[in-house]
Design a protein around this ligand. Sequence first.
Ligand SMILES: [Zn+2]
Length: 90
Amino acid sequence: MVTGHGNIKAYLYRFKITEAPNCPCGNDNQTAEHILLECTILKEDTERLLAAVAKADNWPINKEILIKNTTKHLQNSRNREIKSKKLNKI
Ligand SMILES: [Zn+2]
């Protein structure tokens, strides 16, 4: 994610693994920067992550904790997105 690689649509689109680089929020290009800073779907998770990082006793944050927390937030968001899509199909 930090390097711009990973399971993000802009990256997957570049290697023709997905048909379009757009984000479910409507943004045309789902980049790592978009996911971490701009995505409206992930806004709550971004705010929680930034609040956790901003705590003085958490800085500089341990890289393993940052990766673990970010992965957990993204998995929770993805699970919510999947549940939302399933509800829309009903
Ligand atoms: Zn988005």
